[in-house]
Design a binder for this molecule. Structure first.
Ligand code: ACO
Length: 163
């Protein structure tokens, strides 16, 4: 398996991976409308970290919007295929997403509205309910989302997240 940095830059390999992410997110996040998932995946301000299997199939991913001025990344979607869950891929995926967001996009803070059933997962990935980023750097930027718990992870400037 590998972890790939994916964006809508017109490259065929990236388009194929974006379509693979769409399939995973649509299945694993049934409350998200499919059109909304597609729109964000294709939006050029969004980046994804994709878990890619040996045969090239996408097995999971994390998609985030980059706010360059704020050093902020908003995680919109995070999922692993049902057949691959509880095998540690979710943790490795988040570590790779943190490293990519920090090193390629200049992100220092990840924010996300965690689904209630995923709060435990995000806690294990270092996310807290306490938001240390000053309000004026995120209120009005990230999407307000009913029913989720807003959580933050501060990215360490030097930590080698991916070993
Ligand atoms: N609640 C509590 N703990 C959890 C949960 C959970 N829902 N899911 C995983 N964990 C724990 C595991 O027990 C493990 O703990 P351990 O390290 O002590 O053993 C740790 O978190 C990591 O587990 P992984 O095997 O790395 O995680 P996995 O590959 O199963 O991926 C994920 C976790 C992405 C949440 C997956 O279960 C999934 O796709 N779920 C469905 C979609 C979903 O809910 N996504 C998040 C929605 S919120 C959003 O997208 C912004």
């Amino acid at each position: 398996i590998e972890f790939a940095y994916v964006l809508n830059d017109g490259q065929p390999i990236n388009m194929i991976r974006l379509m693979g992410l769409k399939v995973i997110f649509s299945k694993q996040l049934p409350n998200m409308p499919r059109e909304y998932i597609c729109r964000l995946l294709l939006d050029r301000r969004h980046r994804s970290c994709a878990l890619v299997g040996r045969n090239g199939a996408v097995l999971g991913g994390i998609t985030y919007r980059v706010f360059p001025q704020q050093g902020l990344g908003e995680i919109a979607f995070c999922a692993v295929a049902a057949s691959q869950q509880v095998r540690g891929f979710g943790t490795r995926l988040m570590n790779h997403a943190k490293a990519m967001a920090r090193d390629r996009d200049g992100i220092r803070y990840f924010l996300t509205y965690a689904d209630n059933n995923a709060v435990g997962y995000f806690k294990k990935q270092g996310f807290t309910r306490e938001i240390t980023l000053p309000r004026d750097r995120w209120v009005g930027f990230i999407k307000d989302y009913d029913g989720g718990t807003l959580m933050e992870a501060v990215l360490h400037p030097k930590l080698p997240y991916t070993g």
